[in-house]
Design a protein around this ligand. Structure first.
Ligand code: NDP
Length: 396
């Protein structure tokens, strides 16, 4: 058996750990781990490098390098890279399959480095597509890269989307659990603490995506991600609140058939689907027993309590720089909320204000013609969002 060479970007995060859990259960020799990367969690990265005999590791934060070097001092065969450039170099190491699971726009450069290998890219880092959609998809096509969606909803749609019947596809639907505030009043949401917002009812995930799920910005980002991945206009991408998180995504065909993928809410199912694609592999997830679940509920999202979905739709409709601005502003607002510097409802309100200011700023470029433009817009929008957070703190 020839080992399949795999790399994991964001190996120490929730998706990274789930991916390594699957790889760790495979037959010995099935996989050869090439590169593992993290931002600052040196202890976990070193543990993984030793357990999976990785060829190289890269850590973005130079402050974490001494701990990583000390932990790997008895393993000289593991190459160690430090800094953002080293993360990109690790991503560019030849591998047959790479998991892109860095959180946020910080993942764009390393994900591009992996994409440019022209092999299989398992794609979790939705923020990349939100900020650089057209450029990213063009680059994937140019390099002959196979994009395998990992976000559970997109992976579900991917499993039931028949590209040969594109003309007969009426719509796709992404389901949303509704997050911890599905039934909360705006007053409760206004008072929500970090702990309240992080307490997701059905999924265990990293902090940023958990807050995005609570504001439902996650679903907004996913609508944008789906438009790019499946080449559909926003009007053909629907969102349905489904609190049980059993149906993850659906494709509606012209003959009235609605094809859905169901599964327990465990990321190891979509990750296994991307890892084994186009085959199937076993995943250690709870089996779905529909008679135990007994009922499935569905409702439209409440766009008054969750304006983030409306903002994301407006951003993709507007096109140009708007999705990149939305993403950058959201990342800064979520960071500020997690640091207890702004309230929960300020997240979407802040994003809306940054979007409005950016789109009416005569100095802001209007189009994205190269990745450099994306990086420039991302940093401008971040600066604008940070200034706004400071203003809000000064005038609550
Ligand atoms: P986590 O926060 O759990 O993990 C993020 C990973 O990225 C960690 O390995 C982290 O390293 C690394 N990282 C963070 N910042 C940087 C940086 N600046 N440079 C290099 N590496 C960095 O996130 P999740 O695993 O929850 O999510 C990852 C991505 O997958 C997100 O885009 C999310 O939207 C998407 N996704 C996640 C799902 C989930 O169930 N968690 C489901 C669907 C999509 P360190 O640990 O050292 O900080």
């Amino acid at each position: 058996m020839t080992a399949r060479r795999v790399s994991i970007l964001g190996a120490t995060g929730s998706v990274g750990l789930a991916t390594l859990d699957l790889i760790g259960r495979a037959e010995p020799g099935a996989y050869a781990v090439i590169a593992l990367t993290a931002r600052s969690n040196a202890a976990e990265l070193a543990r993984q490098a030793i357990r999976f005999q990785a060829k190289c590791v890269a850590i973005a934060d130079p402050a974490a390098a001494p701990a990583l070097q000390a932990a790997l001092k008895d393993y000289p065969h593991v190459e160690i890279g430090v800094g953002d450039a080293a993360v990109c170099e690790a991503a560019a190491r030849e591998a047959d399959w790479t998991m892109a699971a860095i959180v946020g726009a910080a993942g764009l450069k390393p994900t591009l480095a992996a994409l440019r290998q022209g092999r299989a890219l398992a794609f979790a880092n939705k923020e990349c597509l939100v900020c650089a959609g057209a450029l990213f998809m063009d680059e994937a096509a140019r390099c002959g890269t196979t994009l395998l969606p990992v976000d559970s909803e997109h992976n579900a749609v991917f499993q039931v989307f028949d590209p040969g019947q594109r003309a007969a596809i009426r719509s796709i639907t992404l389901t949303a659990s509704g997050g911890p505030f599905r039934e909360a009043s705006r007053e409760t949401m206004a008072r929500a603490t970090r702990a309240d917002a992080l307490a997701h009812p059905t999924w265990t995930m990293g902090a940023k995506i958990s807050i995005d799920s609570a504001t439902m910005m996650n679903k907004g980002l996913e609508v944008i991600e789906a438009c790019w991945l499946f080449d559909l206009p926003p009007a053909q991408v629907e969102v349905v609140v489904h609190p049980q998180s059993i149906i993850h995504g659906m494709v509606e065909y012209a003959d009235g058939s609605l094809l859905a993928q169901l599964g327990s809410p465990d990321m190891r199912t979509p990750i296994a689907s991307a890892l084994a694609w186009p085959q199937r592999m076993a995943a250690p997830v709870e089996r779905l027993r529909l008679t135990d679940i007994a009922r499935l509920d569905f409702a439209p999202p409440d766009l008054t309590r969750f304006p983030a979905i409306r903002l994301a739709r407006a951003a993709i409709e507007a096109g140009g720089i708007a999705p990149a601005v939305l993403n950058a502003a959201n990342e800064i607002a979520v960071e500020a909320f997690l640091a207890d510097r702004i309230g929960f409802l300020d997240i979407a309100a802040g994003v809306e204000e940054v979007l409005e200011r950016s789109l009416s700023d005569a100095d802001m470029p209007r189009t994205l013609t190269a990745f450099e433009d994306v990086f420039a817009i991302d940093s401008r929008a971040r600066r604008m969002a940070r200034d706004l957070m400071v203003e809000r703190l000064a005038n609550p």
